[in-house]
Design a protein around this ligand. Structure first.
Ligand code: NAD
Length: 520
């Protein structure tokens, strides 16, 4: 294994030369502090969704290499857990500075591999950066509790200890933010980590790992392995991995949740969504339509908190035409082009799937108010572009409503009353987010109380909480007990230990009592 400055990911770390000299380059694993090329001959292409250019290849990491990554994490754990928390925090303090320094590089990598616009890619990095900033206060977040003199001369206190080796499995849609939801919190709590980035856009994870090492994260504390189902199953089955953070689709998430839980692991699984907005006629028309268009079509609808269904109540139904006009004005282009509002979807297969769901909506009676399927973007004719698409008259039994589309498609449903709209939203199996647009405090309060979604927006279209709260999707959008980041995130990556101590002069000769001790 060689240790050279990386020519592959912006020269901040170490990469084995053979991986960087290949064309296209192979994305290295990170094992025990070294970026190493996998021995595997099986690879998957990482494809630029705007051009179809092969950007790089990820290896299907071998089982031996996976075991080496877990072993590196296991060996790094004792020293890292005993490293003062102030030192661990300082690594995060440095990491946030380095992420700021290299935000442009991270964003460009995200746009190249994932397709979102550069501005949106900056947001991807920034929302992850905020979690790193939050982890800088871990000493306070991880504080235990203390009750003196619970009985005569006896004190009880509880402390939060790291678990050991934890793992993270990531989706494609936020290549920087989601790895940053995971490893900064885990390692600052004193754990070590094995990260499996999305096979579709692994570059940001590699850059972040390089930055973490530059910030002083010791060898073996963060490891990266690439692959798909096999490596994910290996993570679920490995006896040395104590907890898994997963973000992605329901199919993968529920599989991982049950397989890893059966092995006694902690799992937090953030999954799919169908986020609704209810629009009341008293809402501010222009502000609401702007918010709907931004939240429906931003990132080409590939956000787990994208607003994908709008329920127009009463007279607000007449706003659909204006909504179409507003959506039509959006510019579809490669994410690197300065005028782009939305870029391509992640793959040809994703485009095909989205188009099929649009077609199925039309076949089952929805009205196609805006059709983005046949868009051609000059200069990027091969890109996986879909323009903003709006279907109206959608009903609960349509496939386009039942399934998460994950593309730039906004479904509209009309409701005669607010109660009918709330009932419609609550019948959906997902519970990631829901928003209301209104100027009535009473309606907003009713919505906040009665709506069955884990993250509620009141005149806020994408209510993703900042890291001092937690990401609290519910119903089919989440499996587990402890959510990502915030206090729950710290609790997820730590186990509680309660200590009862007695320090007093003990009188001798009082005999042996076998009765259950009680507080005296
Ligand atoms: P995905 O489930 O296809 O992939 C996620 C990860 O799981 C990848 O690393 C992949 O390699 C692995 N994987 C996929 N299928 C697997 C299988 N059968 N067995 C084992 N591992 C498997 O998800 P995606 O397409 O990358 O991401 C989009 C999904 O993620 C959407 O459903 C979106 O709503 C969801 N998402 C949710 C949140 C949230 O916080 N709730 C955030 C972002 C994305």
């Amino acid at each position: 294994i060689f240790a050279l400055r990386s020519s592959y990911y912006f020269s901040t770390g170490v990469v084995e030369p053979s991986s960087s000299l290949r064309s296209p380059p192979r994305v290295p694993n990170l094992i025990g502090g070294k970026f190493v090329d996998s021995q595997s001959s099986s690879t998957i292409d990482v494809i630029n969704p705007a051009t179809q250019e092969v950007v790089s290849q990820i290896p299907l990491t071998t089982n031996e290499e996976f075991k080496a990554a877990v072993s590196a994490a296991k060996h790094a754990f004792p020293a890292w857990r005993n490293t003062p928390i102030t030192t661990r925090q300082r690594v995060m303090l440095k990491l946030q500075e380095l992420i700021r320094r290299d935000t442009d590089k991270l964003a460009m990598n995200i746009t190249t591999e994932q397709g979102k616009t550069l501005k949106d890619a900056h947001g991807d990095v920034f929302r992850g950066l905020e979690v790193v900033e939050h982890a800088c206060g871990m000493a306070t977040l991880q504080m235990g509790e203390y009750v003196p003199n619970v009985a005569n001369g006896i004190d009880t206190f509880s402390i939060r200890e790291p678990l050991g080796v934890c793992a993270g499995i990531c989706p494609f849609n936020f290549p920087a933010m989601i790895p940053l939801w995971m490893f900064p919190v885990a390692v600052t709590c004193g754990n070590t980590f094995v990260l499996k980035p999305s096979e579709k856009d692994p570059g940001a994870s590699i850059i972040l790992a390089e930055l973490a090492m530059e910030a002083g994260l010791p060898n073996g504390v963060l490891n990266i392995v690439h692959g798909t189902n096999d490596i994910v199953n290996a993570i679920c089955d490995d006896d040395d991995i104590r907890a898994i953070s997963f973000v992605g689709s329901n199919t993968a998430g529920m599989h991982i949740y049950s397989r890893a839980s059966a092995k006694g692991k902690r799992v937090q699984s953030n999954m799919g969504a169908k986020n609704h907005a209810i629009v009341l006629p008293d809402a501010n028309t222009d502000a609401t339509l702007n918010a709907l268009v931004a939240a429906g079509f931003g990132a080409a609808g590939q956000r787990c908190m994208a607003l994908s269904t709008v329920v127009f109540v009463g007279d607000s139904q007449s706003w659909e035409n204006k909504l179409v006009e507003c959506a039509k004005s959006l510019k579809v282009n490669a994410g690197t082009e300065p005028d782009a509002d939305l870029g391509p979807v992640i793959s040809k297969q994703a485009k095909e799937r989205v188009c099929k769901l649009i077609e199925s909506g039309v076949e089952s009676g929805a009205r196609l108010l805006l059709d983005g399927r046949n868009i051609v973007v000059p200069g990027y004719e091969d890109g996986n572009f879909i323009g903003p698409t709006i279907l109206s008259g959608v009903t609960a039994d349509m496939d386009c409503y039942k399934e998460e589309i994950f593309g730039p498609v906004l479904l509209c449903k009309e409701a005669d009353s607010f109660e009918e709209a709330i009932h419609f939203v609550n019948r959906n199996k997902y519970g990631n987010g829901a928003a209301i647009f209104t100027t009535s405090g009473a309606a907003a309060r009713k919505f906040q109380t009665e709506i069955e979604a884990g993250q509620v927006g009141i005149n806020v279209p994408i209510p993703v909480p900042l890291p001092f709260f937690s990401f609290t999707g519910s119903k089919a959008s989440f499996a587990g007990d402890l959510n990502f980041y915030g206090k729950a995130g710290v609790n997820f990556y730590t186990q509680i230990k309660t200590i009862t101590q007695q320090w007093k002069d003990l009188p001798g000769g009082s005999g042996v009592s076998l009765a259950m001790p009680t507080s005296q």
